[in-house]
Design a protein. Structure first.
Lengths: 143, 65
């Protein structure tokens, strides 16, 4: 989910950055097209990851000990969202410097660290939600 | 000839001859040359890297009780 929000909202709708926009500024049609190609590769990996996640979730439903709870499900979605953003932010924005969150800005670093901070808050909130969901499920179990 | 008609001819002419404007990876040789360079594999692995790291973290987390 995090990858799709990044790719669809930040790459395509707002066009704040593209996959290689720090290395290859999309200021010519050719550079824009090359960035578009790598955006597509990013989306393809995101799509495959989502498909694997759906497969694992489907398999989990058949387990007798699976803790099926709305809180765990929503918490899990946002945990994955936050986790992906933190990892992607650290690797792509800070380590490899492939792009910045907001390429055309006087404070690119602030945007990059803000992205990590918001993602960490999402990670912490969703982790708490999952733990609460697990406690609720265990409380409802007979015996 | 009306200005509008001349503009239409110019536009059609540009569309038929303008190869640079073709946003099509499989039919645009300059775009292919810009994508499939010596750094293609490293860029591919760079983009794959966050997914691999997230996968490894998820595998580790799934082992937690």
């Amino acid at each position: 989910m995090g990858g799709f929000v990044d790719g669809i909202v930040l790459h395509q709708i707002l066009q704040w950055h593209q996959m290689l926009s720090a290395k290859l500024p999309p200021d010519t049609l050719l550079n824009k097209e090359v960035n578009m190609f790598w955006d597509g590769i990013f989306h393809a990996f995101t799509w495959l990851t989502t498909a694997v996640g759906i497969g694992l979730l489907w398999r989990l439903i058949y387990r007798r000990d699976a803790a099926l709870s709305n809180r765990i499900f929503v918490g899990g979605l946002f945990f994955g969202f936050g986790l992906f953003n933190v990892v992607e932010g650290l690797i792509d924005h800070h380590l490899l410097k492939l792009h910045n969150v907001r390429e055309i800005s006087e404070s690119q670093g602030l945007w990059n660290w803000g992205f990590i901070l918001v993602s960490l808050l999402m990670l912490a909130g969703s982790w708490l939600a999952i733990q609460k969901g697990r406690r609720d499920v265990h409380r409802q179990l007979p015996g | 000839m009306a200005a509008g008609l001349r503009f239409c001819f110019l536009l059609v002419g540009l569309m038929l001859t303008g190869t640079v404007a073709m946003a099509c990876t499989t039919c645009n040789p300059p775009l292919q040359a810009a994508i499939f360079r010596e750094n293609f594999l490293s860029r591919f692995l760079f983009i794959l890297l966050p997914f691999v790291v997230v996968g490894l973290i998820c595998m580790r987390l799934s082992k937690l009780k």
